[in-house]
Design a protein. Structure first.
Length: 215
């Protein structure tokens, strides 16, 4: 007659085996977040706050609302390759005077490691903020299609804006802006050394107990 493992043996072993992984995050920030979402600093205050930070987060206004060109900038995160399984990621950045309250879409192009997110960022811009001389923080949740690029340890971000912008007398042809900061947050599932050790220690004991039960 066949004999089976009792629930008293199977359940603890299953719980032990299921607890081998914990979550961890790789977080990299370029520049400092000098202003809260929705703040309206003057141009001079924004430049002073960003002074000494790495370009393009050094407070410098890129482009011009009046005479052009439109804002265009890129930045790179470098943090070392990730061997653990990536389970999620997000990219946040603060941008000043991007004026998405003007008509049309202000994002001409936006990509992360060559993957196009222009439409996704335009949706965020249109849903929140973007008044003249306003600083806004946006967070884009990254899909699984970007995980391989995130694992490489190098992430390149490129953003270009389009007019119209906003001037003293209404909408303008061009759209200049400035960047405050940017943060990349990558979530991973990593093995728990303690659980793995307990599993190795507990397995012989479970097998021994099983042997006694079925003999």
């Amino acid at each position: 007659m066949k004999k089976y493992l009792s629930a008293k043996i199977i359940v603890p072993f299953a719980l032990l085996a299921g607890s081998q992984f914990a979550s961890a995050n790789t977080i990299v920030t370029l520049g400092d977040q000098d202003f809260a979402d929705g703040a309206t600093p003057t141009t001079g205050a924004f430049l002073t706050a960003g002074g000494g930070e790495p370009a393009p987060f050094n407070g410098v206004f890129i482009g011009s609302d009046v005479s052009g060109p439109n804002f265009s900038a890129s930045w790179t995160f470098s943090y070392g390759a990730i061997a653990d399984t990536i389970t999620g990621g997000s990219l946040s950045f603060g941008i000043y005077d991007h004026e998405s309250t003007a008509t049309g879409n202000q994002v001409a192009s936006f990509s992360i490691n060559g993957v196009d997110f222009t439409g996704a960022l335009n949706t965020l811009f249109e849903a929140h903020g973007g008044a003249s001389r306003e600083d806004n923080v946006y967070t884009l949740t990254l899909p699984a299609s970007t995980f391989a690029g995130l694992a490489s340890g190098t992430v390149n971000v490129s953003l270009s804006l389009a007019g119209p912008g906003l001037g003293l007398f209404g909408e303008t042809t061009f759209n200049g802006a400035a960047l405050d900061f940017s943060t990349l947050d990558i979530a991973t599932a990593v093995p728990e050394p303690l659980s793995s050790t307990l599993l190795l220690i507990g397995l012989p004991a479970v097998l021994a107990a099983t042997r006694r039960k079925i003999i």
